[in-house]
Design a protein around this ligand. Sequence first.
Ligand SMILES: C[S@@+](CC[C@H](N)C(=O)[O-])C[C@H]1O[C@@H](n2cnc3c(N)ncnc32)[C@H](O)[C@@H]1O
Length: 277
Amino acid sequence: MSCPKGHRYAVVEGIPILLLGETLQTHIEGSRSLVVAELGEAARLPQFDVVPGRIDPFVQNAIAATNGSLYQHLVGKLTEYPIPKLKLPSGDGKLFLEIGCSWGRWCIAASRIGYRAVGVDPSLKGVRAARRVARQLGVDARYVVADGRYLPFRDGLFDQVFSYSVLQHLPKQDVYLALRAIQDVLRPGGHREARDFEVRYWTPRELVSAFHSAIGPAHISVDGYFSLNAQISDVLFLPPKYRAIVRASESLRKISEVFPLLAYVADSLYITASRQQ
Ligand SMILES: C[S@@+](CC[C@H](N)C(=O)[O-])C[C@H]1O[C@@H](n2cnc3c(N)ncnc32)[C@H](O)[C@@H]1O
């Protein structure tokens, strides 16, 4: 494949690898995807079949990396896919883009409430798994290998752009690149110093101001307290001591809807920004 700017892209097992080889990758799996694209070594990737009722081996292995350390005890032991609830209005066929989708739990969630979901991730392994899981669950979601900083989509294509547990891992200058890329692909009127992949901390004010200046009017709301990433919809996956934490977090999250200042002491936040005309 090639683009109007003259970049050429390999297609591996039918998956376009839409990464820019000349840029430093933000994740080791992005570099691995480029090596596979360059050398055509797809045959050396682990080959997993879609087996009805079996949890995909990639997901079994990656569950604590995607969902957070409270899920560590589930590595290799999942008996179903933890699919979260997406806090968005129903999709009615609108186009939803997820940046950093890995095996696709948020795209599946988006698809279940009526969005046409597209996931990008620089990890070919993640995208292959996302395609397998979608096939297994009968979900119509599309996935390509791409980088949130250089989104390979036309201007104004998506009604919603969503990302979970990705941007805080990137150097701040890369987050600004991603925000500009998001602004480009977002339909007008739509809603929308660490090293390597370590977490970056933003103040809520910094987050609102970055999203506000790059995309449009922005506000924060709470995802959770006391820990990162545990979802109330997954509470039965967790041991009792963690359930209490997640339930307390959910109660505080509800209270924060009435007392928004509580968002300033949350551990995990959503940012919603709307592109103006
Ligand atoms: C902690 S996982 C979260 C996965 C998914 N969002 C979820 O919540 O299940 C972080 C993901 O970000 C992806 N990632 C790293 N650099 C990225 C980039 N530049 N653009 C998009 N995704 C990126 C990684 O490959 C990884 O799959």
